[in-house]
Write a protein that binds this ligand. Structure first.
Ligand code: GLU
Length: 493
């Protein structure tokens, strides 16, 4: 089959060394989108050959992260497929066979150098200010000697790199990248424990699994000459290469844990919506056109193209993510929004609040909340005041904090509100009457609404700001509203 008639096949090939992070999952999203946009297939392969770094729970977290984002796979460890198994640790004979083929062709050799020798070598290279790398000592061993030593000594298998000329990476995103072969060294392909390194396992599996495009993070670009030479030495056709741009933190340094590169599932647990995350990740290096900022998985599946991925770094801007999250919250239909509020209240409200969460309260507060929330973990704190008779607990200082610590002013505000609101009879207790009464306080107190309103927020809600006050007091009802003001006054007095 020619290149163009092969169906597009891409993969996400994480190492199960922890929960997948933002930077890493972007590779999954782009690989998936490229396959989907081209009517191709996307598969999940677990690269678990580094036995020292395995984290038991990772495979579950990897699949959960993908599912949360709506990234589906056609073949993988859980569902199998024509190229099973999809755990590299279960494919060891394939790697050994490739290593042996390379040995037979004189492109690989056993290396018996001890860890001490390699340490000394590294130290000597550092002292002489030369780049680190294996010096090729065991490359000179004869086949017989190598066989004989292999019976008594542990060894690794190294690839014999071509050390002359250049290796050229034809990168779909960056164009041609040229590497000097003299700077390469004979890297380890098969470790003494029989497990392959990434370099060998990658090309064996990408070939065997008929991957047409290797879409991966930019951190792998320096390894590309190894991979290209391996393909050449084995006589296999390499895939198309696409190295995705680096993601930088807001400080324009490489994204770190502190600047946002934390586990994808942490974002879910903080109350980000998957739509917001997909939208956000999609624009870290790719764009649909020069103006679209809101787009979803549907657009990605239809229009994603590697030609519109830029090589220069993308900047991770949490404000943009918050903004997108707010957008998708406001786009939710009532049913989903109410279910979301119920879920987060059940999760985060104190135990003293009765379960199941009162659906009438949820329904009444839902429209008010929608405009005010940009993360779902803000919900419970904002609505807690509606679930009890008294306001949620607050420090006395909170009542005076926004009025310059002046208890007199706070007391005036509370008393003023008591008088104004007490004058509204029960049957006229609604938003408009409440608004008129509270606005009227400006004249009687000689104080701006903006100044005294935080005192009322604290008295009613236990916090200096929240969902709109007038609507909230209507929901709270006349009796509870007045009672909370009396409590505040007692505390201030
Ligand atoms: N196991 C590698 C990683 O987790 C895969 C890189 C690739 O996509 O080839 O980064």
């Amino acid at each position: 089959m020619t290149e163009s008639s092969r169906p597009i096949r891409t993969r996400y090939a994480p190492s199960p060394t922890g929960d997948p992070h933002i930077g890493n999952i972007r590779s999954a999203l782009f690989s998936w989108a490229y396959a989907r946009a081209n009517g191709g297939q996307f598969l999940l392969r677990i690269e678990d050959t580094d036995r020292n770094r395995l984290v038991e729970t990772s495979v579950g977290a990897i699949m959960e992260s993908l599912r949360w984002l709506g990234i589906d796979w056609d073949e993988g460890p859980d569902i199998g497929g024509p190229h099973a198994p999809y755990f590299q640790s279960q494919r060891l004979p394939l790697y050994r066979k490739a290593a042996e083929t390379l040995m037979d062709r004189g492109r690989a050799y056993r290396c018996f150098c001890t860890a001490e020798r390699l340490d000394q070598l590294r130290a000597a290279q550092a002292a002489a200010k030369r780049p680190p790398g294996y010096d090729g000592l065991c490359r000179a061993l004869s086949r017989d000697e190598s066989e004989a030593r292999a019976r008594r000594e542990p060894y690794v298998i190294r690839f014999a790199m071509d050390r002359e000329g250049q290796t050229v990476l034809h990168d779909i995103i960056r164009g041609d990248v040229v590497f000097e072969n003299s700077l390469q060294d004979d890297f380890v392909m098969l470790k003494s424990d029989g497990y392959p390194t990434y370099h060998l396992a990658l090309i064996v599996d990408d070939t065997e699994m008929e991957i047409t495009h290797c879409i991966r993070g930019d951190e792998w670009i320096s390894s590309a000459p190894k991979h290209i030479q391996l393909y050449e030495a084995l006589g296999w056709e390499p895939p198309g290469w696409a190295h995705l741009p680096l993601i930088l933190g807001p400080d324009h340094k490489k994204l770190s844990k502190r600047s946002g590169d934390t586990a994808v599932l942490d974002y879910r647990d903080k109350g980000y919506l998957p739509e917001a995350m997909v939208n956000f990740l999609a624009l870290l290096g790719w764009s649909l056109d020069d103006h679209t900022s809101i787009l979803g998985a549907g657009e990605l599946k239809r229009h994603f193209d590697l030609a519109r991925v830029v090589p220069n770094p993308a900047v991770f801007d949490i404000e943009r993510l918050n903004h997108l999250n707010g957008h998708y919250i406001r786009a939710m239909d009532d049913g989903r929004w109410e279910a979301t509020i119920t879920e987060w209240c059940a999760r985060q409200l104190p135990e003293s609040v009765k379960r199941p969460i009162d659906p009438d309260i949820v329904k009444s507060v839902a429209p008010l909340l929608k405009e005010r929330v940009s993360r779902l973990d803000e919900i419970a704190g904002m609505v807690e005041f509606l679930f009890g008779y008294e306001a949620p607990e607050y420090e006395l200082d909170a009542l005076t904090e926004r009025v310059g610590g002046d208890a007199e002013v706070a007391l005036k505000a509370v008393d003023g509100a008591l008088v104004a609101l007490d004058a509204i009879p029960q049957e006229r207790w609604d938003r408009d009457a409440i608004e008129a009464a509270i606005r009227g306080m400006e004249a009687t107190l000689g104080m701006k609404l903006r100044k005294f309103v935080p005192v009322l927020y604290v008295a009613e809600m236990g916090r200096p700001q929240g969902i709109p006050l007038f609507d909230s007091l209507e929901l709270l009802g006349r009796e509870r509203t007045l009672q909370r003001l009396r409590t505040a006054r007692a505390r201030l007095g």
